[in-house]
Design a protein. Sequence first.
Length: 317
Amino acid sequence: MYSIDWAVRKELRVFDIKKEKLKTISSTVPEFAKFLTSIKDPTNFYFEEGGGDSFKLLARRKGHQVYTILGKKTKEHRDNLGVEKSDEADAVIIGLIAKSQPEEFYQFRELDDITARISILSKERADTEESLVRQKNKLFALKGRLELIDLDGYKEKVIKRKENIIDALEKEFRLQSKLLGKEVEKHHVWSNYLKDIKGVGAVVGAGLIARIKRASRFTDKYSLRHFAGMIAKKGNQQFDHKLKKTLYHFTEGIIKQRTPIWRELYDNMKEFYKDKHPDWSKAKVNNFAKKFVQTKFLDSVFENMIKIEKDAIKSLH
């Protein structure tokens, strides 16, 4: 049995629970695959919830069982032991919990496999999109600079090379979008809930699944609201910016598509805020109405995901 924690230097701290030995390996898929090859018999791997989807999938693919624990649980045990936070300490603490309180862990199952694949593809697609925007901006700036230069076709050659890079990224982006859509269609949250909401496409669906991962890891809908940045607080607050961006795209979609229930709620809330705060600008009224709809939709996602997760577990028994 092994417990694993991510090191700040992009390394994996691996604790052999039986031998009580700690080792460090590079946090790359090839290195982790090499480590798995050295293990003769199927065993259990214990991770914290959150990232590391590639490692969890790989361990499962090699025939091992994967279990996860909430980060706050690790922190509680660390505080009780009076141990300072470090990657090495967390790897050991996760292992100690696995040995003494295995019921604290959640078993990674088939639905979680699909979620992990969506998370990986969603990140890859987002990275490609970012690179694509960056390259297009560079090309635009380059064309302006090259207007001042005319050296035997140099301008055309440079622009062509940049355009080829953009073409390649666009092809990659389309392929990633297609693959992401296929994975999203396999997920129960999509097939049993999201696909029936007009204006919610595969990208928004993927964003919700990839960022929330498992609704049952949240205490309640208010905990998820906080995670998504839907709770207004003074000062700095930590939240998942990508999930909040996904919710923004949701409201843009339902407004444009005039989605039943959600568009009506948006229109009603605009009137409500307009009447309640006549001094507010149209933009402020609009933003508050959108945030209200996003919050209510997030609550609905939470409730449906909880039910779907329970049904998925029941189907295994």
